[in-house]
Ligand binder design. Structure first.
Ligand SMILES: Nc1nc2c(c(=O)[nH]1)N[C@H]1C(S)=C(S)[C@@H](COP(=O)(O)O)O[C@H]1N2
Ligand SMILES: [Mo]
Length: 391
């Protein structure tokens, strides 16, 4: 969906509300209208310059074969299919839809091979889900992120049809992409793989998705089928999905056991230890994407992401001032990113710092960088991100 569509949508929405939702069609349209339909920049708004960003900072649309991160100054409710970030570790295979098969193998009572049409005949669902790469961070202004409407079927429906054996413990998802890796001095061919415990995989919100923002899944995002595990870092969302394998022990592939592994200092039952853990559920995080100016008012806009735990509040601090409550989108679906805004009235000309922090209903507060656990790896950067700007 483009920003233009979004603007049109919000105009339609205003029209609908103004017209008092007269027709049945209008009523059902209003009911299905999402939460905040926020345009990237409203009329009359101009961006305030971030002094921590290069002057000529620019991100074009995603290009074939490359990683891509979005310019977080232009976030709106949905990330378009051209803006949504792209990460792959091997190639971007072009899989012909008619030749596509999904193999379900291993510890199942009924191993099966599905065509795309077989899968699409199952009950389809649509969910708004946002996620970021576990390696997202300040270097790219937290642009390895996106929020989209995904259409697909539920993973549990496929697992139930194939019937897990009692011994089943772990579900491994293989992509159709290929690369060569040197593992202990041996060159071997690999495709991307990630796994979930059977318990985690039974979450009925997990999708096998074939559509993104109303279009068939684009090549970059795993055409024709990918896994989406809501509330988890992007690495869980195997693209170009070709095989689901059920086994009775842990899967030890690169993306579970060697890469996307956080090393941090932790209290383990009273013992302080350095612990390695596979990047899994998203940490509670808020990031300011842009500050815009309209007359003598500034608007601070950002996004909140986490594992789906409801959000209690998000606050913004200007310079050394107090934390001030910001508005966030309370109607946003559980796993969508939640946009927030803070109205900054009559800022004084000159240099400023703005920062946000989010708190969930369990009382977790987004930490400052100094408060993060001592970490060696850059994975999972959820620290508060102060932005420097000039009015
Ligand atoms: N098959 C396959 N799936 C993959 C990857 C990959 O390299 N190959 N990269 C993962 C990682 S690390 C991320 S962050 C997300 C990115 O999804 P996107 O490109 O659709 O944003 O895909 C995940 N799924
Ligand atoms: Mo990633």
């Amino acid at each position: 969906m483009t920003d233009k569509n979004l603007q049109n949508n919000s105009i339609e929405r205003r029209e609908l509300l103004k017209n008092g939702l007269k027709t049945g069609a209008a009523v059902s349209a209003a009911l299905t209208l999402p939460y905040w339909l926020m345009p990237a920049l409203a009329q009359g708004e101009t961006l305030v310059k971030f002094t921590d960003m290069p002057d000529d900072y620019h991100r074009g649309p995603a290009q074939p074969g490359r990683a891509h991160f979005q310019d977080t100054r232009y976030i709106s409710t949905y990330s378009s299919n051209q803006d949504f970030y792209v990460v792959q570790h091997y190639n971007q295979p072009e899989i012909d839809e008619s030749a596509f098969r999904l193999d379900v193998t291993g510890l199942v009572k009924k191993p099966k091979q599905f065509t795309l049409a077989d899968l699409k005949r199952k009950k389809q669902v649509e969910m708004d889900i946002g996620f970021e790469c576990g390696g997202n961070g300040i270097g790219m202004f937290h642009g390895l992120v996106g929020n989209a409407k995904w259409r697909g079927i539920r993973l549990v429906d496929v697992l139930k049809e194939c019937r897990l054996q009692d011994k089943a413990k772990e579900i491994v998802f293989f992509g159709g992409d290929l690369g060569t890796e040197t593992i202990r001095k041996k060159e071997v061919e690999q495709s991307f793989s990630r796994s979930l415990s059977v318990e985690d995989a039974m979450n009925e919100d997990i999708l096998l998705a074939f559509e993104m923002n109303g279009e068939p899944l684009p090549l970059f995002h795993g055409k024709p089928l990918r896994l989406i595990v809501p509330g988890w870092y992007g690495v869980a969302n195997a693209k170009w999905l070709s095989q689901i394998h059920v086994q009775d022990r842990r899967h030890m592939g690169r993306f579970m056991a060697r890469d996307y592994v956080t090393l941090q200092h932790q209290n383990v039952g009273g013992h302080t230890r350095w612990v390695e853990s596979s990047v899994a559920k998203m940490n509670l995080k808020s990031i300011i994407g842009r500050v815009s100016k309209n007359g003598d008012t500034c608007q601070v806009v950002g996004f909140i992401l986490n594992d789906g735990t409801p959000i209690e509040r998000v606050e913004v601090k200007v310079d050394d001032g107090p934390w001030q409550p910001a508005e966030f989108d309370k109607k946003a679906p559980r796993y969508a990113w939640k946009l927030f805004t803070y109205q900054w009235n009559k800022p004084t000309p000159g240099d400023h710092t703005v920062v946000s922090r989010v708190t969930d209903v369990t009382g977790h507060v987004q930490p400052t960088r100094e408060e993060l656990p001592e970490k060696v790896t850059y994975w999972e950067d959820f620290a508060q991100f102060p932005r420097k700007l000039r009015i």
